[in-house]
Design a protein around this ligand. Sequence first.
Ligand code: BYC
Length: 332
Amino acid sequence: MYTTEMSKNPTRQGPSAAEPPELLEAFEARVANDEFIEPKDWMPEAYRKTLIRQISQHAHSEIVGMLPEGNWITRAPSLRRKAVLLAKVQDEGGHGLYLYSAAETLGTSRDEMLDALHSGKAKYSTIFNYPTLTWADIGAIGWLVDGAAIMNQVPLQRTSYGPYARAMVRVCKEESFHQRQGFEIMMRLAAGTPEQKAMAQDALNRWWWPSIMMFGPPDENSPNTAQSVRWRIKRETNDELRQKFVDVTVPQAESIGLTVPDKDLKWNEARGQYDYGAIDWEEFWAVVKGEGPVAKERVKARTEAWEKGAWVREAALAHAAKQAARRQKEAV
Ligand code: BYC
């Protein structure tokens, strides 16, 4: 089963005609009633597949997301910053594990999902295919990337699939600390020497547009949104979430004296929201297709980590087998 490739048609076509109408009707009614769907409940195949696609992509994003930040642990400017960053990167690893477990409840396996990541078939968030060039990038990731993640994931706490919704509760609490640590780094740099402030502004310049791309294509070009909203997998659309993120983040930038790199950004009194400039969707699709500045490096790093960790998996399995054998012996 492939996380990305497998799901294309059924998901976008909605429920298959072959599914028993009474089961489908009962399922739709439960979703409409805001009940959680649980692993052993009947669900349309396309619902299962789109969840595996989204949850596994999300899990991959968490573990690939450890790389750009992990890269700065040894270079963080103080022991406190190192400890905080180490804890944050460890949290992201934990998020990946909850999410892989949630996807496994839908009938896919960890090995299948990781195979799809390592072979380049699976997607993960475009944002992690950009490099972290300076310490300020770590601030920008926490502030903007975790900030965008929170905006996207808070509604997912009410997604219709129970295990995904429950995983999101803890993930969102942790992301909220992550966002604050990033903003605190940016705040300190922006209030520091002219060089430090310039470093913070440069990081904002490079991370702003990729961060607002993270929410996915505009609604009119988002093939999955309509069905996912109907099934209450997604509770808000890509554009709705992007707008909320812009509205919350622009005043934060202003409050620390930084400028959002968008000459068309302006408050729209009538809408009560910011208008923002055109997003470079060509760049977005190129990065989705694996052409991001450090895309190959990211997949290579994950593949090597998997291969080098083989002895740990083997040792854990051997230990579990020995324990099971001992328990069986004791039981007779
Ligand atoms: N990057 O129809 P659409 C984090 C793909 S990690 C790559 O709108 P959908 C963190 C999309 O998959 C945060 N691909 O799709 C970790 C689809 O292709 P397929 C990660 C993207 O699923 C460490 C196609 O474009 N968060 O928090 O309805 C450190 C059409 O799109 C992207 C999640 O994963 C993208 N940005 O909506 C710090 C949240 N956008 O699959 C922080 C959960 C779109 O049909 N995921 N594509 O071949 C979601 O909410 C949704 O899956 C998305 C996309 C909004 C991302």
